[in-house]
Design a protein around this ligand. Structure first.
Ligand code: ADP
Length: 493
C-alpha cells in the first residue's frame, strides 16, 4: 500500500513538473486534468482549462484532422496518434504543438480517457518557416540570376581557383568556336586564334584573358581579336574580376566577354577616312597658301583687299595645322610614328617655344615664366618635341584667363629629363582627367566657353612622348590650374 502511494506521488510530481504539456482528456474532449507546463503553454490556469475541450483550444484549420484521429481511436481503429498542430493561446496567438495521444481502456476494454502530451514547438516551427522562406528566396534569386546569366548578350565565364572552367553561359559557348575551332579543354590559357589589338600578333599564353584572370588579375576592357580568317575575325572587349569567399579566400574569377567588332570596324573606317581625307586635302591647301603668299606681295592691291587676304591666309594656316594634327593622329594609330633623333639643346628649344607662345599669352593677359638650365642636350626628334611644347603651352594659355600665369620648368632629373608645364587656369574636372589624352576629347569647360580646339593636342603629346619611351602625367584641380609633367629617358647625343 505504502509503495503504491509513493509511486502515485512520484507520478503526480512528474506530471506536474514535466516540461512537456500533459493532460487527461475525456471521451468528449474535455481536459480533465492538466499540468503546469500546459497551462503556461496555453496561457490559462488549470481551472479554466478543465472547463474547455481540446476542440475549443485547437486552431480551426487543424481541428478536422485532430477530430478524425480522435474518432478513429474511439472506434478502435488505432490506439494512439501523433500530430503537429496549432493551438490558440488565451491571448489569441498561435502555439505550435507536437501532440502524442494514447487511448486508455478499462479492464473491460472500454475506452476510459486519453492521455495527451504536447511539446511546444512554436520556436522550432517558426525557425523552420523562416528557413523555408529563406530557401524559397534563395531559389527565386537563383532562378533570376540563372535567367539573366543565360539571356544576356555578353559571354560570361567562371573559372575555378585551379584554373579550370566551371561554368559558361550560352553566349560564351556560341563564340568559343571562333578562337578554338578544334574545341577547348576547359583549362585557362589554352592558345587559339587570338590576336592582340593590332589584329596581327598571335597572343601568348600569358596574355590570354582567361590566363590573366586565373592568375589573380582584375582588368577592364581588354581588347583583342579572335578568329583565323581576317575577314570574319571578331573583336572582343573583356573584363575580369576575382571572386572571393566570405573570409577573402580566392574562389576563382569571373569574366565578361563583350563583342565589339562593329565598333572596332567603325573606328578603323573612321581612322582610314580621317587619314585619307587629310592626305587629299594637304596638296590643294599647300597650293592655296603658296598663291596667297604671292598675292599678298602685290603692293598695288588696295590695302582693304590685302587685309582680307591676310584673314584668308590666317585661316588657311589654321587649316594646315589642323590637317597636320589629323595626319599625325593617323600615323600614330597605325603605329608608324617614325622619330628622327638628333642631338638637340632642349633648353634652347623650350626658350624658343615660350617666346613663340608669348604674343598670344600677352593678348590674353597671361604671364609666362620659364625655368630652364643653360643647356640640356638630348637625343630626340626636335620637331616632335617642339610640338609637345607648343601643344602644352597653347593649352596652358588657352585654358587660362587674364591674371593667370603659366610656368615652364626643364631639368635633368635622376632618372631622366623632366619637363613641366604648369598653369593657374581653369583646371580639369576629376572625371575628365582620364579622358583628356584620348582622341577628339574636349572638356566640358572648353565646350561651354567655346574655347576653340579639336581635342587632338594632348593625344599628339602622349603619342610623341610614348614614341620617345617617356611618360606624361597630369595633376589638376578645377579652378586652381593644371600641371603636365613629361619625363623622357635621358639619351644624350
Ligand atoms: P583641345 O584643347 O583642342 O580641346 P587637347 O587634346 O589639347 O584638345 O585637350 C583636351 C581637353 O583637355 C581640352 O578640351 C580641355 O578640356 C582639357 N585641357 C587640356 N589642357 C588643359 C589645361 N592646361 N587646362 C585645363 N584644361 C585642359
Amino acid at each position: 500500500m505504502e509503495g503504491s502511494s509513493d509511486s502515485a506521488e512520484l507520478w503526480r510530481l512528474t506530471w506536474q513538473h514535466s516540461p512537456i504539456g500533459m493532460t487527461l482528456v475525456g471521451l468528449d474532449g474535455r481536459l480533465l486534468m492538466v499540468n503546469r507546463a500546459l497551462c503556461e503553454m496555453l496561457g490559462y490556469d488549470a481551472e479554466e482549462l478543465s472547463q474547455r475541450g481540446f476542440q475549443e483550444l485547437t486552431h480551426p484549420e487543424d481541428l478536422d484532422t485532430d477530430l478524425q484521429l480522435f474518432g478513429r481511436s474511439l472506434a478502435g481503429d488505432i490506439d494512439s496518434y501523433r500530430l503537429r498542430k496549432r493551438y490558440l493561446h488565451a491571448d489569441g496567438h498561435v502555439v505550435w504543438g507536437d501532440l502524442s495521444v494514447a487511448l486508455v481502456r478499462g479492464d473491460d476494454g472500454l475506452p476510459l480517457h486519453f492521455i495527451s502530451q504536447i511539446l511546444d514547438v512554436t520556436e522550432q516551427q517558426e525557425h523552420e518557416e523562416r528557413l523555408h522562406a529563406a530557401h524559397a528566396e534563395i531559389e527565386r534569386e537563383h532562378q533570376t540570376l540563372e535567367a539573366v546569366f543565360e539571356t544576356v548578350n555578353v559571354g560570361l565565364l567562371l573559372i575555378g581557383s585551379d584554373g579550370r572552367y566551371e561554368r559558361m553561359n550560352r553566349r560564351h559557348r556560341e563564340t568559343m568556336s571562333l578562337p578554338f575551332p578544334d574545341g577547348h579543354d576547359g583549362e585557362a590559357g589554352q592558345l587559339g586564334h587570338v590576336y592582340l589589338q593590332d589584329g596581327k600578333t598571335l597572343m601568348s599564353r600569358e596574355d590570354m584573358p582567361s590566363y590573366r584572370a586565373a592568375h589573380g588579375e582584375d582588368f577592364d576592357d581588354y581588347t583583342y581579336w579572335v578568329g583565323d580568317d581576317p575577314l570574319t575575325r571578331a573583336a572582343f572587349s573583356t573584363s575580369a574580376r576575382q571572386v572571393r569567399g566570405p573570409s577573402g579566400e580566392r574562389l576563382g574569377a569571373a569574366l565578361a566577354y563583350q563583342e565589339i567588332t562593329d565598333l572596332m570596324r567603325a573606328m578603323q573606317v573612321q581612322d582610314e577616312f580621317v587619314s585619307s581625307v587629310s592626305h587629299e586635302l594637304r596638296t590643294p591647301l599647300t597650293s592655296v597658301l603658296g598663291h596667297l603668299e604671292m598675292l599678298c606681295e602685290h603692293e598695288e592691291l588696295p590695302s582693304g583687299v590685302i587685309a582680307q587676304l591676310r584673314v584668308v591666309q590666317r585661316n588657311a594656316i589654321r587649316l594646315r595645322a589642323l590637317l597636320s594634327d589629323l595626319l599625325h593622329v593617323g600615323q600614330a594609330v597605325e603605329g608608324s610614328l617614325q622619330l628622327q633623333r638628333t642631338t638637340v639643346d632642349l633648353a634652347a628649344l623650350v626658350r624658343e617655344a615660350v617666346e613663340a607662345a608669348r604674343p598670344s599669352a600677352q593678348e590674353s593677359g597671361v604671364a609666362v615664366g620659364i625655368d630652364v638650365p643653360e643647356h640640356l642636350p638630348a637625343l630626340v626628334d626636335e620637331q616632335r618635341i617642339r610640338q609637345v611644347l607648343d601643344n602644352l603651352l597653347s593649352n596652358a594659355v588657352r585654358y587660362s584667363a587674364a591674371g593667370d600665369s603659366v610656368t615652364v620648368v626643364l631639368r635633368q632629373g635622376a632618372d631622366g629629363i623632366e619637363l613641366e608645364v604648369r598653369d593657374t587656369g581653369t583646371g580639369i574636372a576629376e572625371e575628365e582627367i582620364e579622358h583628356v589624352f584620348g582622341r577628339f576629347f574636349r572638356g566640358g569647360e572648353a565646350l561651354e566657353k567655346h574655347i576653340p580646339g579639336t581635342g587632338l593636342g594632348l593625344n599628339i603629346v602622349s603619342s610623341i612622348v610614348a614614341a620617345h619611351e617617356g611618360a606624361v602625367t597630369l595633376e589638376s584641380e578645377p579652378g586652381r590650374g593644371s600641371t603636365f609633367r613629361v619625363s623622357l629617358p635621358h639619351r644624350a647625343g
